[in-house]
Design a protein around this ligand. Structure first.
Ligand code: UFG
Length: 335
């Protein structure tokens, strides 16, 4: 099966390419390197011994997307290409809506022209807004997103539901990620955010590496076991494998719109993560408690049972694996 992976050089995209190739899918990759690097392509090849056929360009360029479909008989698409920085999305809402929503419309239009029916879409637990209950199941209420990034994911989910209503022959799978962290155990690919990291694990590794001085823990007065925020951290390799399972489901069963949470079902606090990192890697992380970050919620973790039952999705990696692999990637890519 030939799969088009948009955003193939990004954090989750690159790990998913590795898992697809290891499962004998043919991968056509697309990226514009707006938040990724070209050498990731070589690294994917080193890791798998296989090449992906690569196209550099912009998802908004309809003719460019059409060219890819013309030159390749694409059986399915996994769509990762999007902006993902919550804070930045508040400053640049128009850019976020164009890049994250319009790009999907272009893709869907061209998929229709070429009768390509299978789509796995990269969504996020952010669509649950401030959750009314934890653990969060797929039936939990969505909406109430607090930033354009989250709203862009919610809008695309709505577009995909409308599309499925109009055309039941589509095979669509929406994956709502919880908090992906870690890196490929080889240390070759991982998360490389531009500038000062906004997310917890990339920040911790920079403190460990002495590139940043001190981690600010945003609040210790939440109603959680130690007062710090609780999230469902999932190893990026487990997450990537979830995409292969989703594509397999569309291949075998198809004709449906499926939604799955991809998380472990376990919530860890910020302090749990800091302590696990210190213990596993033998490095002290300097931190201070500061005030809450606006927009943050106390607790967010998944009920992962639907993905387990319907996809056979099981997270194999532990918290120790996550913190070790995150640090291993940083060490290998220090400069
Ligand atoms: N945190 C700190 N200090 C930091 C960074 C984060 O204390 O420097 C805390 C946050 O307050 C939160 C936890 O660490 O309690 C996790 O924060 P992240 O920024 O790593 O992740 P978020 O849960 O805020 O958001 C992430 C992604 C979103 C996605 C969401 C899904 O950034 O894109 O998970 O739940 F939508």
């Amino acid at each position: 099966m030939k799969i088009l992976v948009t955003g193939c050089c990004g954090y989750i995209g690159s790990h998913t390419c590795v898992e697809l190739l290891n499962n004998n899918y043919e991968v056509i990759g697309l990226d514009n390197f707006s938040n990724s690097k070209k050498d990731v392509l070589d690294k994917i090849e080193v890791l798998t011994g296989k090449e992906i056929k690569f196209y550099e360009g912009n998802m908004l360029d309809e003719d460019f997307i059409r060219k890819i479909f013309k030159e390749n008989k694409i059986d399915g698409v996994i769509d990762f290409a999007a902006y993902k920085a919550v804070g930045e999305s508040m400053q640049k809402p128009v850019e976020y809506y164009i890049n994250n929503v319009s790009s999907v419309l272009v893709l869907l239009k061209v998929m229709k022209e070429f009768n390509c029916k299978k789509l796995v879409f990269s969504s996020s637990a952010t669509v649950y807004g401030s959750p009314e209950e934890v653990p969060i199941s797929e039936n939990s209420k969505t909406g109430g997103t607090t930033n354009p990034y989250g709203t862009s994911k919610l809008i695309v989910e709505r577009i995909l539901k409308d599309l499925y209503e109009a055309d039941n022959s589509m095979d669509i799978c929406i994956l709502r990620y919880f908090n992906p962290i870690g890196a490929h155990p080889s240390g070759l690919i991982g998360e490389e955010p531009n500038g000062v990291p906004a997310n917890l694990m990339p920040y911790i590794v920079k403190v460990a590496n002495k590139k940043l001085e001190c981690l600010s823990i945003f609040g210790n007065d939440y109603d959680t076991k130690d007062g710090t925020g609780v999230r469902d951290y999932i190893h990026v390799v487990d997450l990537a494998k979830g995409h292969v399972l989703a594509m397999e489901k569309l291949e075998k069963e198809g004709q449906g719109l499926y939604i799955y949470n991809l998380g472990t079902g376990t919530g860890y606090s910020v302090l749990d993560i800091v302590k696990a990192f210190e213990k596993e890697n033998g490095i002290k992380i300097k931190y201070k408690i500061t005030k809450r970050r606006p927009g943050d919620i106390a607790m967010c973790y998944s009920n992962p049972s639907k993905a387990k039952e319907e996809l056979g999705f099981i997270c194999e990696k532990t918290l120790e694996d996550m913190v070790r692999d995150a640090w291993n990637f940083e060490k290998r890519n220090k400069n």
